[in-house]
Design a protein around this ligand. Structure first.
Ligand code: UD1
Length: 428
């Protein structure tokens, strides 16, 4: 397995282009299952999770054509044309689903179009139980009959799904996306209350509207969908990745450097920007992106609590914890979304961080310097927090299990090296 070696202690300086958002691209790709026409996605990131979704979609009969990149449209990223003339197979097999929880996103669209779907349960996950019960209950409310058999969700409906008033007891991002897609082909009106307000949900909704869906309340916690008998093709550009941008904002801050996050959209990153400014980082929104400047600054710890959007994102908790491990004073990081999302803490401690966990909070007391060490992490964002700590640490850090990073960060080494980081991939 590949690893990454970093020699830390250099302030990052330069420009990092931000790719299309992984968490927007995945549901957008699944939306192809709703129409027989071609869906063209621009600004698609080049990531392992995108390949996993492509393999899953291919197993359902989706034809995909990679059509260069979208420089001509003013953004980078790849252009992917997806066509699902017919869904040739309504079963999503365990071998593909187990690789990525977001595979559950094919359930709503396949059931809505075919009246039946069989999708392997995603199973456990390093960052907590992460069940899909809320997806299933909501589909049942729309008339689906759902059974669990041999580790698979077996969903069927007579005729079309029926519009319903859905109230999610807890905010769920992929749950909202799954039901939103299903509702576009249902009979009548569906109301989704307590819908996730993440920008990626709005991006999906905007694409569905371009495909002929009728959706109001986009960006709010109440989505109202008038179901249609069919949708048509569309062209849609994936929004910039706010978590990738946030991670590189922390890279600039933790190394006390100065980096322009090109294409990043500050309107999606308000909670993180507020925390960075409170910590003493200068953040300037420019026409072409966000300039993050911590050169020569003394940073201090800030208390952070993760919440559904527009609150502070759980997907930035580990990275910001690395930052505060090197800031002055103490900060309390409280994780309210996932019950087991502090796996980076023991590894950060091995690099000299002073962190104590009390239930779902971590008290971080800043130290003068972190020191390099061999480390590894068990999920994507935790791995990134170790990369960030390594960029600031004295000496050399080797981060094992790079495949986690490849799931969510496109050209990580190249982007960081272009700003002066001493980073290399060691191939096994
Ligand atoms: C999505 C993101 C992930 C992010 C998370 C929270 C994608 C592909 N992934 O994951 O990066 O960390 O949102 O912002 O977009 N829950 C249930 N039952 C359900 C569904 C969820 O109990 O049926 C719970 C989960 O265990 C968790 C919470 O609800 O505690 C939020 O999870 P959810 O928003 O569904 O996360 P994902 O959509 O899987």
């Amino acid at each position: 397995m590949d690893s990454i070696r970093i020699r830390g202690g250099r302030p990052l300086n330069g420009v990092i282009p931000i790719s299309g958002a992984k968490n927007a691209a995945l549901p957008l790709m699944a939306a192809t299952l709703l129409t027989a026409d071609t869906l063209t996605l621009l600004n698609l990131p080049h990531l392992v999770d995108i390949t996993t979704m492509a393999n899953l979609l291919a197993s359902h009969g989706v034809f995909m054509h990679m059509n260069g990149n979208a420089k001509a449209q003013g953004c980078g990223g790849r252009v992917l044309e997806l066509t699902t003339r017919d869904i040739t197979n309504t079963t999503a097999h365990y071998d593909l689903v187990r690789k990525m929880r977001a595979s559950i996103l094919v359930l709503g669209p396949i059931l809505a179009r075919m009246g039946q779907a069989r999708v392997s349960l995603p199973g456990g996950c390093a960052i907590g139980a992460r069940p899909v019960d809320l997806h299933l209950k909501a589909l049942e409310q729309m008339g689906a009959v759902i059974g669990i058999d041999g580790g698979y969700v077996d969903a069927r409906v007579e005729g079309r799904l029926k519009g319903a008033h859905l109230v999610f007891p807890q905010v769920t991002v992929t749950g909202t996306e799954n039901l939103l897609m299903a509702a576009t082909l249902a009979e009548g009106e569906t109301i989704i209350d307590n819908a996730a307000r993440e920008p990626e949900v709005a991006d999906l909704a905007n694409c569905l509207v371009a495909m002929g869906a009728e959706i109001s309340g986009i960006g709010s916690s109440r989505l109202v969908v008038q179901g249609k008998e069919s949708l048509h093709g569309a062209t849609h550009s994936v929004l910039p990745d706010r978590i990738e941008a946030g991670s590189y904002a922390v890279a600039a801050a933790i190394t006390r450097g100065r980096v322009l996050l090109q294409h990043a959209d500050a309107t999606h990153m308000a909670a993180l920007i507020k925390v960075l400014i409170a910590a003493g980082v200068e953040v300037t929104v420019q026409e072409d992106g966000i300039l993050v400047d911590a050169a020569g600054r003394t940073l201090k710890g800030v208390d952070v609590m993760t919440e559904p959007h527009p609150g502070f994102p759980t997907d930035m908790q580990a990275q910001v914890m690395a930052l505060f491990a090197t800031a002055e004073g103490a900060s309390m990081m409280t994780e309210t979304i996932f019950e087991n999302r502090f796996m980076h803490v023991p590894e950060l401690k091995r690099m000299g961080a002073n962190i104590n966990i009390h239930n779902n909070s971590a008290i971080v007391r800043g130290v003068d310097a972190l020191s390099g060490a061999p480390v590894m992490a068990t999920d994507l964002r935790a791995s990134m927090s170790l990369v960030l700590a390594a960029l600031a640490a004295t000496g050399e850090t080797t981060i094992a299990r790079v495949y986690h990073l490849d799931r969510g960060y496109e050209r990580l080494e190249q982007k960081l090296a272009a700003c002066g980081a001493e980073i290399e991939r060691l191939r096994d």
